[in-house]
Design a protein around this ligand. Structure first.
Ligand code: NDP
Ligand code: OXD
Length: 315
């Protein structure tokens, strides 16, 4: 039984070594080398070449090496076998750190303090309490729920938006397109933890930014996106920042990655950029999860349904 490792934009060598070490009973195939397609039962992939997986007639499951499966589902030839995504407490905790770090930096007006420090001037400003700021979480899945829990503990007022309605302690929840305007009208800092799907593509545009409340004491509406770049219209973010409709944009994901050196986002004073590393996680732990998923399938047992992507929803 073979596991093929097909990784396009990182080097696969360490993953191949890890799988060989953690699953000595599996033949681990490097997709860059010639191989027998009939032998492959499992695939561990990140943005594999479109068409590659369709060539594997005995494939039983595809393990995505990340939480977001948009790149994989974008392959129209993807075979109809379970697609398993990453849900991992370490990844989740790191995303929550990133979200909380950026929400706090905006709430505590760190841009103002850095600018004052650069000029060696002492300019205290009024600091509202956390409960005076409403954080709106777009996406109440594994990541959104965890971030909500920590932000709630810090005292922020919280609203959340998802496709289906959720009951979450301390969070006023909204669902679906019909309730989106009410959610935005309450939001000061918009935290986006949505998947990229046909429904969410281009959602973060100027019309949406104009609906945000954006409390004056944090300088206006702020967006914080670690979901996917396909959700955001970058030209609209820049226009909204320049028009004062957004006070700041914190972005971990981009329409094109790596973000081209020519992008005006790089130098914009109201933009904070991290290079798609909000939830960089422990590769060893992720490999363990995949090996354990393969063992489950080899025993003839079912995978945890929470890990299997619903192909009709797109996440
Ligand atoms: P989940 O699948 O657990 O949650 C997705 C959430 O988005 C759910 O609450 C879902 O609603 C909601 N949602 C999906 N489509 C819509 C829609 N059309 N309208 C409203 N809500 C919608 O995903 P995770 O929380 O694990 O991850 C979220 C995303 O974060 C990933 O898909 C990935 O793109 C991104 N990510 C980014 C990383 C980074 O480093 N920047 C790292 C890891 C993930 P419902 O609850 O009703 O199903
Ligand atoms: C992602 C990840 O999906 O890093 O972006 O897991």
């Amino acid at each position: 039984m073979s596991l093929i490792v097909a990784i396009e934009n990182w080097t696969p060598d360490q993953w191949i070594e890890r799988f060989r070490r953690l699953a000595p009973d599996l033949e681990v195939i490097d997709a860059r080398e010639p191989f027998d397609p009939e032998a492959v039962r499992f695939a561990a992939v990140w943005k594999p070449k479109p068409g590659l997986l369709a060539r594997l007639p005995n494939l039983q499951a595809i393990f995505n090496l990340g939480a977001g499966v948009d790149a994989l589902l974008g392959d129209p030839t993807l075979p109809d076998v379970p697609v398993v995504r990453i849900v991992d407490p370490d990844l989740t905790a790191r995303m929550t750190e990133w979200v909380v770090m950026n929400v706090l930096a905006q709430h505590r007006r760190m841009d103002h303090h850095r600018a004052s420090q650069a000029r060696a001037v002492w300019v205290p400003i009024d600091q509202p309490a956390a409960h005076a700021v409403t954080v709106g979480l777009m996406g109440l899945g594994v990541l959104g729920k965890d971030a909500a829990e920590v932000l709630r503990r810090l005292g922020f007022d919280l609203v959340g938006w998802s496709r289906s309605k959720h009951g979450l302690p301390g969070v006023t929840t909204y669902a679906g397109t019909a309730e989106l305007p009410a959610f935005l009208a309450r939001t000061d800092i918009l935290v986006v933890l949505l998947p990229a799907t046909p429904d969410t593509h281009g959602l973060l545009d100027r019309a949406l930014f104009r609906q945000l409340r954006g409390a004056a004491h944090i300088g206006g509406p702020v967006i914080v996106n670690a979901g996917r770049g396909a959700l955001q219209v970058e030209a609209d973010i820049l226009a909204a920042l320049d028009a004062g409709e957004l006070a700041h944009a914190v972005l971990d994901v981009f329409e094109v990655e790596p973000l081209p050196v020519t992008s005006p986002l790089w130098a914009h004073p109201k933009v904070t950029i991290t290079p798609h590393c909000a939830a960089d996680s422990d590769a060893e732990a992720l490999a363990h999860r995949i090996v354990s998923g393969i063992a489950t399938l080899k025993r003839g047992e079912a995978l945890d349904p929470a890990l299997v992507v619903d192909r009709t929803r797109g996440y």
